[in-house]
Design a protein around this ligand. Sequence first.
Ligand SMILES: C[S@@+](CC[C@H](N)C(=O)[O-])C[C@H]1O[C@@H](n2cnc3c(N)ncnc32)[C@H](O)[C@@H]1O
Ligand code: SF4
Length: 409
Amino acid sequence: MSSAALSTVAPDSPELADTAAAWRSAYVHIPFCRRRCPYCDFAVVTPEEGGTAPTVDRYVAAVAAEIAGAEPWRPLDAVNFGGGTPSSTAPGDITRLIRALRDRFGLAGAAEVSLEANPEDWSDEIGAAYLDGGVTRVTLGVQSLDDGVLGSLGRVHVGEQAVSAVASARRSGVPSVGIDLMYGAPGESLDSWRATVTKALALGVDHVSAYALTVEPGTALASAVTAGAPGPDPDDQADKYELFDALAAGAGLIRYEVSNWARPGHVCRYNLSTWAQGEYAAFGLGAHGHRGGRRTRNARVLDVYLDRVESASSPQVAVEEVAGWSREQERLMVGLRRAAGVVAGWGGEILAGSEEGKRLIAAGVLELRAGRLVVSRPLLTDEVVRAVLALKEPQGGGRAWLSLSPRDC
Ligand SMILES: C[S@@+](CC[C@H](N)C(=O)[O-])C[C@H]1O[C@@H](n2cnc3c(N)ncnc32)[C@H](O)[C@@H]1O
Ligand code: SF4
């Protein structure tokens, strides 16, 4: 698909969804955060946990070295700086890593270079520096515009800061500006969510990811809920999802994945590629990659990651061969998250012919449309994914993580 077509194609186009399988991408993890939010289970390092300036410098040098030592590839179509909080490092660090990627792989003509940023880090100068360094797409972690909700989520910023950051990102000239929102925090009313969404959509963003707050095992939120604090309510979250979907459609945003909405030309290409089982190299702490039919996972403990890279060893601690039935099951599970659905293929035939598949089709949850399987009620996607997971393997094959190191890496 040409870059002209990419800039106008509908986000939920089946052709776009399928084309993304051929893209080549890179994920770069920046783990540093000012503090750990109570609900977060990403690979994060706070200043108290050793994430101070000298360590950040050491880390950026290690990631640059990891990139320089990677097997060459063809030029990248998409790059994603995720976290943690990529905006917690100096823009010069991001520029250095973009340069390392360009030197090692090259960047395709209209390559997407995407970065997650927190509102409290943003300024006009930082936006200009990202643009200069080659960033083409920014996602601001707004989460809510209600200060009470932001407080209950343990966030550092307030709503007005988020509004100013989005306006500044727009002024910076970064071609694509998106936001992340989260719904269902303890104490968030439907009216609060409606006000957040209405105000956020009025900012004219190009992309929104709206996530239901999830209680992840091992987090402070999980401990609080276990101790009797109120957790997210699934019915409340379903109402908020439907409200968001209706308001987003009214603002010209098209849903292209369960939790992602965009204007034409503003999909996240990196994410689209992962949902199409495309290949991506991964760099940094705890980063997961997919190249040459193998999924890899880097060390998640900072000292282990740094020691390995600095001693010219691979930071990968696990490798998974993805082939045969497990590959087909995965193709369906990730592909069904998209509004465009997935080419049914042999796995889809097995699903449609299974007892659970027939029940889901009869209930109008799953549809067969022109050779594709599509989930027509996105809130029930997890139910369909469970049905795919429960399918019996037709013959041999399977998936196995080949552990290269102890689990605590
Ligand atoms: C990897 S986080 C990092 C981005 C950035 N540090 C931030 O917090 O905005 C990306 C997004 O995941 C979402 N997220 C993180 N933990 C979550 C949870 N437990 N439940 C739902 N969404 C979550 C948030 O919306 C967040 O913006
Ligand atoms: S949600 Fe974002 S800011 Fe909060 S700890 Fe996780 S990565 Fe860091």
